[in-house]
Write a protein that binds this ligand. Structure first.
Ligand code: BG6
Length: 790
C-alpha cells in the first residue's frame, strides 16, 4: 500500500520525480504515535518537516507505532492526522495537497513484540528495494515512558538498524532518570544499543526560538557584550518559567518528579548554560559548544538546602490523593514551586546571583531569561534616558523572552541605553511595540525589541534539527550527567524540607516572593499557615483551621509554639531588613499578651540584630515610665534589660512631659510623630506588633474613638474605657503604612472576638482592629489554638 502511495506522491506534478530523489529515502518511526505529545506537537512537527523538505531531494515515509492493535490504533492515529493544521504563512492550496500526501505516506504499525519490529524492518527494506530508492536514514522518535526505553532500544538495535551507509537517529524524550544514579543507569543501558552520535535527547526548550538564539546573540554581539558580560557589570540573572496550569491529570508523573526535576534540571539549566558558558569559536559546532558547557557546569558552586525555597499549591495534595488513590492523611513532599539561587565560581561570574524560578498554579504563564545590569551611575543624560522617580539612569537589561506573558511572542529585548543589537536578518525582525505595554517596569519603547519573522513551535524546530543532524540542539550523555551531578545533592538535601503552601493563581500575592541574603534564599513573608505540632490536634480541629484569617495569612499553633514561631519570624524579618537597609524599626504594643513574646525574644541574644534595631512603642498608658502599669516599664523589664539595643535606638512615648501626664499643650504626640518622621523612612515601620482586645480594640484605639481611626494625625491621645483611661497611640493610618503588621491573639478569652472578627468586614469604628489593612505591606495573624478553636 505504502509503495503505491510513495510512487503516486513522487510522480505528482509539482513535486520531485523519483529520479530527483537522489538524496535517498528517510523513514520516520514515531513510537507512541497516539499519545498526548504526539497528538499535541509531534505529528504537526513531522508534517511541518514534510512541507519544508518535500523538495529537498529526500523522499519520506512516516510510520506511527504504538502497542494498540492495528485497527483501533490506525483509527486513533488518523483522527489526529486529519486535524493537522496549515501554518498561516503557507498557501492553503499547497498545504492541502501536501497534507493529503502526508496522510498517504503515513501508516500505523502495532509494535509490541520482537517479531513486530522485524516485520517493520522488512517492510521498509522491501519498499525501498521495489522503488529502487537508496536509504538515507531512519529516525525513531521515542514518545513513550522511559521504562519502555531499554526494551524498544534492544529491538531497534537488533532488527531495525538501517544498512551501512545510512544513518540511524533515535530521539528520546525526558525524563532521563530522576537523579544522577538513575540517569547513569539509563545512559549505560542506552549506550549498549546506540552510539552517542545516534542519540538525540530532546529538551524542547532548546527548540524555543528565544532560548535557541542566546548563543547566536552572544556570538553576533561580541563587540558590545565582551566588556559587559561579566560580574563587574551584571547585577543578577533571572531564569523563569511560570505556569498557571497545575499538575491535575499528571500527578502520577509529577508526584515522582516535582518542579526541580521536571523543569529546572533541564529547561532552565540549559538556558543557564547558554548564558554562563564561555563562547566557543564556532557556536554551531556541537562538540565545541559541549566542551564549553561542560566547563560551565564545572564552575557551578554546589547547592545546599538553603539555596532553594520550595512550595506546593494547596489543591495538589487532594489531587494526588484522588488520582493516585492515596489515603486522606497522605502528605506529599513534592514541590510544585521552586526558587533556586545559583552561583558560578568562574572568573567571569563570581558573585553574580542566578535565580531559577518555576512553579505550577502561579498567577501568569510566562518564560524569560533576564540579564539585569548594574545601575549605579548618576545619570547625566537627558530625561528620556532617565528613570524619573529615582533620577537614576534607566535600568539596563537584556531579556530573552521565551513566550506567553504580556508580549505573547518570543522576543529578544535590549535596553536602548545598552546598544542596538545585531540580529540575523531574515529570521528576526524589529517589532513595532504597543506603546502602553510595560516589560519589567519599563515601557516597551525603552527597548530594542526583536521577534522571529516566522514563529515556530519548539517541536517543529527540533524535528527539523534532527533531520539536519544538528546535534547542538540536543542533550548529550555528558551534558545530561553533568546536570544531574549538579542537581542531585540539592534534591537529596531537600527531600524532607517543609514546603510553603500557596493557594494558587493571583491569590498567591507576595507569598512566594523570596530574597537573597549571604548566598542563601528565604521567603520574604512569614509563613502563611503553620500548624505546629499537628499531632496534638484532633482530626475535627483540622477542619476549623484555615490558612487565612480575614483574607490575610494565618499562623496557628499552641501558644508556646506560636510564640517561639513569632519570635523567630520577627528575628528573620529583622535580619533581612538590616541586610537590606542597615536598620530595623520595630513598634511593639503594650498589654499582657506580648509579655510572653518579650520574654521569648529576650533569649534571642546572638542572631537578632539588636544593635541595628530601633524599638518604638505602639501605645502607652499615661503614667510615668517607671510606673508598673507603663507599657514601657513592662517592655524594659521583660526584654530591653536583657538585650543590647543601643540607648538612642529606644523610643519610649513622651507621655510624661513638664512633670504632667498627656497634656495636649505639651505636644507629646507631635514630638513622637516628628521623631518617627526623622528616623523611619517614609514613616513606614518595618514591623508593627499588635494585639486585640476582647472589644476589638488594638493599640490604644478603642471602639468609637474620636482620634486615630482616620485622618492625618499619626500619633494621638485617646481614652480607654478601663483604667488608666488616658492613652497615647499610633493611629490606624500610620500603622497601615507599615511594611509588615503581625497581630498576636492568645487565649480562650479571645475566642469570641476571634470568631466575630472572622465574620465582620472593615468597620474600624466598631472594631478598630478591623481597620488594620496595610496599604502596601503585609498583615499576618498569629492566633493560638485556644483563641481560634475555643
Ligand atoms: C515540560 C514539563 O517539560 O515543560 C511540563 O514536563 C511543563 O510540566 C512544560 O508544563 C512547559 O513547557 P512549555 O513549552 O509549555 O513552556
Amino acid at each position: 500500500m505504502l509503495r503505491r502511495v510513495l510512487c503516486t506522491v513522487l510522480f505528482m506534478g509539482a513535486l520531485p520525480s523519483l529520479a530527483e530523489v537522489s538524496q535517498g529515502h528517510i523513514s520516520v518511526v514515531l513510537l507512541g504515535a497516539t499519545g498526548d505529545l504526539a497528538k499535541k506537537y509531534l505529528w504537526q512537527g513531522l508534517f511541518q518537516l514534510y512541507m519544508d523538505q518535500v523538495s529537498s531531494g529526500h523522499s519520506f515515509t512516516f510510520h506511527g507505532a504504538a502497542l494498540t492493535a492495528l485497527e483501533p490504533g490506525q483509527r486513533l492515529m488518523f483522527d489526529v492526522l486529519k486535524k493537522l493544521a496549515c501554518p498561516p504563512d503557507e498557501s492553503p492550496n499547497r498545504c492541502a495537497v501536501l497534507k493529503d500526501q502526508f496522510l498517504k505516506l503515513s501508516q500505523y504499525h502495532q509494535l509490541k513484540t520482537a517479531e513486530n519490529y522485524t516485520v517493520l524492518n522488512r517492510e521498509i527494506e522491501t519498499l525501498l528495494r521495489q522503488e529502487g530508492l537508496k536509504e538515507a536514514g531512519r529516525i525513531f522518535y521515542f514518545s513513550v515512558p522511559p521504562f519502555a526505553y531499554t526494551e524498544i532500544a534492544r529491538h531497534i538495535n537488533s532488527s531495525c538498524r538501517p544498512p551501512p551507509g545510512a544513518w540511524l537517529r533515535v530521539v528520546l524524550e525526558k525524563p532521563f532518570g530522576h537523579d544522577l544514579e538513575s540517569a547513569q543507569q539509563l545512559a549505560a543501558d542506552l549506550t549498549s544499543f546506540f552510539r552517542e552520535e545516534e542519540m538525540y535527547r530532546v529538551d524542547h526548550y532548546l527548540g524555543k526560538q528565544a532560548v535557541a538564539h542566546i548563543l547566536p546573540f552572544r556570538d553576533q554581539n561580541r563587540q558590545f557584550l565582551d566588556p559587559i558580560w561579566n560580574r563587574h557589570h551584571v547585577e543578577r540573572v533571572e531564569i523563569v518559567l511560570k505556569e498557571t496550569v497545575d499538575a491535575k491529570g499528571r500527578t502520577s508523573f509529577y508526584e515522582q518528579y516535582g518542579v526541580i526535576r521536571d523543569v529546572l534540571q533541564n529547561h532552565l539549566t540549559e538556558a543557564l548554560m547558554f548564558l554562563t558558558m564561555e563562547l566557543p569559536a564556532n557556536v554551531s559546532r556541537a562538540e565545541e559548544v559541549l566542551q564549553c558547557k561542560l566547563q560551565a557546569f564545572q564552575s557551578l558552586r554546589g547547592l545546599n538546602k538553603n539555596s532553594a525555597v520550595l512550595g506546593q499549591y494547596q489543591a495538589y495534595a487532594g489531587q494526588v490523593q484522588e488520582e493516585l488513590q492515596k489515603a486522606q492523611d497522605y502528605i506529599s513532599t513534592t514541590p510544585t514551586f521552586a526558587g533556586v539561587l545559583i552561583h558560578s565560581d568562574s572568573l567571569r561570574w563570581e558573585g553574580v546571583p542566578f535565580l531559577l524560578t518555576s512553579g505550577k498554579a502561579l498567577d501568569e504563564r510566562v518564560g524569560y531569561v533576564r540579564v539585569l545590569f548594574k545601575n549605579r551611575a548618576y545619570c547625566t543624560q537627558s530625561e528620556t534616558l532617565r528613570d524619573a522617580e529615582h533620577s537614576q539612569c534607566k535600568a539596563k537589561q537584556i531579556v530573552f523572552y521565551i513566550g506567553h506573558g504580556a508580549l505573547n511572542t518570543p522576543a529578544v529585548l535590549v535596553s536602548r541605553n545598552l546598544f542596538r543589537p545585531v540580529m540575523p536578518e531574515g529570521s528576526w525582525r524589529e517589532a513595532v511595540g504597543q506603546s502602553d505595554l510595560h516589560i519589567f517596569g519599563q515601557p516597551l519603547s525603552d527597548y530594542y525589541v526583536y521577534s522571529p519573522v516566522k514563529e515556530r513551535d519548539a517541536y517543529s524546530v527540533l524535528i527539523s534539527n534532527i533531520y539536519h543532524g544538528r546535534k547542538d540542539f540536543f542533550i548529550t550523555t555528558e551534558n545530561l550527567l553533568a546536570s544531574w551531578a549538579f542537581w542531585t545533592p540539592l534534591l537529596d538535601s531537600i527531600s524532607h524540607q517543609p514546603l510553603r503552601l500557596y493557594p494558587g493563581g493571583v491569590e498567591n500575592q507576595h507569598l512566594l516572593d523570596f530574597e537573597m541574603e549571604s548566598g542563601e534564599v528565604a521567603f520574604t513573608l512569614a509563613e502563611a499557615v503553620e500548624l505546629l505540632n499537628p499531632n496534638r490536634l484532633t482530626p475535627s480541629d483540622y477542619r476549623t483551621i484555615q490558612s487565612k484569617f480575614r483574607q490575610s495569612p494565618l499562623v496557628s499553633a499552641w501558644s508556646e509554639d506560636l510564640i517561639s514561631q513569632l519570635a523567630s519570624d520577627i528575628e528573620k524579618t529583622a535580619s533581612r531588613t538590616v541586610a537590606r537597609s542597615g536598620q530595623f524599626h520595630l513598634a511593639l504594643s503594650g498589654g499582657s499578651s506580648p509579655v510572653v513574646l518579650f520574654q521569648r525574644l529576650a533569649r534571642h541574644h546572638y542572631a537578632f540584630p539588636w544593635k541595628h534595631t530601633h524599638i518604638w512603642l505602639v501605645d502607652e498608658r499615661c503614667v510615668p515610665l517607671t510606673d508598673t502599669e507603663s507599657n514601657f516599664f513592662s517592655l524594659h523589664n521583660h526584654l530591653l534589660q536583657s538585650v543590647r539595643v543601643p540607648y538612642f535606638n529606644v523610643h519610649p512615648m513622651p507621655v510624661h512631659l513638664n512633670q504632667r501626664l498627656c497634656v495636649e499643650e505639651d505636644r507629646g504626640t507631635e514630638l513622637y510623630a516628628k521623631e518617627i518622621v526623622a528616623l523611619v523612612a517614609n514613616a513606614s515601620f518595618d514591623l508593627v506588633l499588635l494585639g486585640v482586645g476582647t472589644d476589638g480594640h488594638t493599640a490604644s484605639l478603642f471602639p468609637k474613638s474620636e482620634n486615630g481611626l482616620e485622618g492625618a494625625q499619626t500619633v494621638v491621645l485617646t481614652e480607654s474605657p478601663v483604667k488608666p483611661h488616658q492613652r497615647m497611640s499610633l493611629s490606624l493610618p500610620l500603622i497601615n503604612k507599615a511594611r509588615q503588621v503581625f497581630v498576636l491573639v492568645l487565649g480562650k478569652g479571645k475566642h469570641d472576638i476571634t470568631i466575630l472578627l472572622s465574620r465582620v468586614g472593615h468597620e474600624p469604628k466598631k472594631w478598630p482592629i478591623s481597620g488594620v489593612s496595610p496599604s502596601s505591606g503585609q498583615l499576618v495573624w498569629y492566633v493560638d489554638y485556644e483563641a481560634l478553636l475555643g
